[in-house]
Design a protein around this ligand. Sequence first.
Ligand code: NAD
Length: 357
Amino acid sequence: MKIAILPGDGIGPEIVAEAVKVLGALDLHFETETAPVGGAAYEAHGHPLPESTLKLAREADAILFGAVGDWKYDKLDRPLRPEQAILGLRKNLGLFANFRPAICYEQLVDASSLKPELIAGLDILIIRELTGDIYFGQPRGRRTAADGHFPGAEEAFDTMRYSRPEIERIAHVAFQAARKRSKKVTSVDKANVLETFQFWKDVVTEVHQEYPDVALEHMYVDNAAMQLVKAPKAFDVIVTGNMFGDILSDEASMLTGSIGMLPSASLNSRKQGLYEPSHGSAPDIAGKGVANPLATILSAAMLLRFSLDQEEAAQRIETAVQKVLAQGLRTPDIWSDGTTKVGTAQMGDAVVKALAG
Ligand code: NAD
């Protein structure tokens, strides 16, 4: 087994170093190889996703990714900007299924802006289709309007589309994930207005015939956005398209109140995956040794679970993270009165120690 380590920019190298430390403390055999990505790769090779990095990513069973981006690259042409590396990896590896868990740890219940009783014990999984929908549909562009409210005016347009196989494969992923949880899937659509999402709903309903043990409900995206803040614990697995998933997964991540705690995984049909924290490169705190490494450490746990089939090792990491939180250790982003403030490396060391204990 081979893991490609792509630390990236900003706090990326600091948080990835802690996750690598934790992986190294387990009794597992795998190879790791590190390569630059994002701004770091642009500096070294003139491109955010150089051929050598892409080759390593293709050959690896899994990729542990930090974060990319820095404001200093904002003036570069779009294809050279650090964020293009993520899009390039998704496209080249066919990473169509994005897993974003939103878990509220008992010890951090006060970090949320919602009432504790609404989010205590929250554990939902958003599965977002990642390679289709209006983000990738063609044609798109600018033109002179031939009709509509203002014929002859300048207009812009995008194309929302989903093919049957694209919907079928993400629906299978969702139903299979639900089987390992509380066997309930909410499929989020906008079937009342959009043809694409009426089709989505029809295909998800068909695929559901193969999973009679899993309950399926359909919900319009506007209602889902409301229910996520009204009664988030009513959800278990949410499956939805690229654009709705983009928005709802960020909304769900904020339920827990702490972006530094949230892992993510993007998988292809061969179980090869890219694992990264849900947050960005945080250039404002880079190099200060204060970034929270737990989202990256929990991403490493997802990597073991989904790409390396090491469920037990994944659970060991997750339990160790809960232990350090129970010990009262907190990086500044999740610190509150009565807890102990620690830095990035101290947090990583504490997780390693908790693995042993
Ligand atoms: P961000 O997620 O990097 O930071 C938002 C805020 O959260 C900042 O105040 C930051 O200090 C804090 N924060 C984030 N992660 C943290 C952690 N682990 N510990 C403690 N605090 C943390 O988002 P942004 O500031 O909007 O973007 C910064 C850069 O990151 C931009 O260049 C953006 O394009 C890029 N970005 C990259 C990714 C990615 O690599 N997947 C995702 C989002 C943003």
